[in-house]
Design a protein around this ligand. Structure first.
Ligand SMILES: Cc1cc2nc3c(=O)[nH]c(=O)nc-3n(C[C@H](O)[C@H](O)[C@H](O)COP(=O)(O)O)c2cc1C
Length: 375
């Protein structure tokens, strides 16, 4: 099953292995693609994934999340991004590549003034964001859509909106961060309006055949935030709006300060990337959510988070709990993992130890697995 092609929208993906978006910290200070980044994608594309989702690219200057993050806020970035799309197409034996787009909202340490749906204190950084005006919301919607247009022009096969992990889209979706009393806040239909308008405006610019995916939280792990009941509603609505696939993840930055949930969540530095999978923590930690969410959507579901063996991949796909399996940290350690499993070479488990050292060293050294280099 894992080697069987499946479509996302009209785009055929050659197998069920997806590289989940992973920030590399390898762009220039201005957000331009570098030779190092191109090399990184060359290696990744040779590893056998059916679909690679790039790291998050910021769509406007005040939406930047980190240093050396790729940018897509003006047409000048198109030629550099084209190099990324091309290198995957040239080396990936049919591998497809989608660009992830983000506005970091209230979760950025590096912008002077954070904007958000509402002025709700960000408890990880202790920064108070400013509530966005309706005209700022409209401008941001347009900037997301122009970002998608640029992604298509750069040769990407699709795009994914980053609607997870507490960034701006996630902040609109969540009742924890969205306290607005206008058409963008309140009930679920109002809270999805921001992303719905991004979707509709993007469609006008990229046409019907360009897949638009979204990554979103199935649980914020915050009191008053998105939980399973709410994520079932949201995913159902997004599927009806026309999104081509949904990837489910969890947490905002400040979820790290909250207590453990009953499904076994253990706080880590970046909570969506839990540590010690397979030892103290459970593998495939979003699977209980996928089983429920899948029932309410008729588009492909992509599952990410702690998926650490081919046996687990087979079980999830064979039982129809998800359509694609997505990996971040295992591919940092072993970019060739999908090929290895397709060919039945070596261990049935991932080499990645989920130590999160890649996250800790990222800002200074760029994305790599230091454990691998020592072994
Ligand atoms: C170094 C690092 C960078 C990440 N960057 C992104 C990102 O740019 N966009 C995103 O949606 N998720 C990002 N994530 C989260 C991963 O895509 C993934 O959801 C999470 O790590 C769980 O998957 P895993 O257990 O296979 O690592 C990042 C994770 C890591 C470890």
């Amino acid at each position: 099953m894992f080697a069987k092609p499946k479509k996302i929208g009209k785009l055929e993906i050659k197998n069920r292995f997806v590289r989940s978006a992973t920030y590399e910290g390898l762009a220039t200070e201005d957000g331009e693609v570098t030779d190092k980044l191109v090399d990184f994608y060359k290696t990744l594309s040779k590893g056998g994934c059916g679909l690679i989702i790039t790291s998050y690219a910021f769509i406007q200057q005040n939406g930047r999340a980190g240093d050396k993050q790729i940018a897509i806020y003006k047409d000048d970035f198109i030629p550099g991004l084209q190099r990324l799309a091309n290198i995957v197409h040239e080396n990936g034996e049919g591998c497809k590549v989608a660009l992830q787009l983000v506005h970091s909202g209230r979760q950025s340490f590096i912008v002077k003034e954070n904007i958000a749906p509402s002025a709700v204190m960000e408890k990880f950084s202790n920064k108070m964001p400013r509530e966005m005006s309706v005209s700022e919301i409209e401008e941001t919607i347009e900037n997301f859509a122009q970002g998608l247009r640029r992604a298509k022009e750069a040769g990407f096969d699709g795009a994914q909106l980053h609607g997870a992990h507490g960034y701006l889209i996630s902040e609109f979706l969540s009742p924890y961060t969205n306290k607005r009393i206008d058409q963008y806040g309140g009930n679920t239909e109002n809270r999805i309006r921001f992303v719905e308008q991004i979707y509709k405006r993007s469609r006008e610019l990229v046409g019907n055949d360009f897949p638009i995916l979204i990554k979103m939280n199935c649980d914020d792990f915050l009191e008053g935030g998105i939980d399973l009941e709410e994520s079932k509603k949201i995913t159902n609505l997004l599927s009806n709006i026309g999104f081509d696939a949904i990837e489910i993840s969890s947490c905002m930055w400040e979820s790290v300060k909250r207590k453990k949930s009953e499904i076994g969540w253990k706080p880590t530095f970046i909570p969506e990337s839990r540590m010690s999978i397979g030892t103290t923590n459970e593998p495939a930690y979003h699977l209980p959510y996928a089983k429920e969410i899948k029932k309410g959507i008729d588009i492909p579901l992509i599952l990410v988070g702690g998926i650490n063996s081919i046996d687990l991949v087979k079980e999830i796909l064979n039982k129809g709990y998800a359509d694609f399996i997505s990996f971040s940290r295992p591919l940092i350690r072993e970019p060739n993992l999908p090929n290895r499993w397709v060919k039945g070479i070596g261990s049935s488990t991932v080499e990645c130890e989920y130590c999160n050292n890649c996250l800790m060293t990222l800002a200074k050294e760029g994305l790599h697995c230091s454990k691998k280099e020592k072994s």
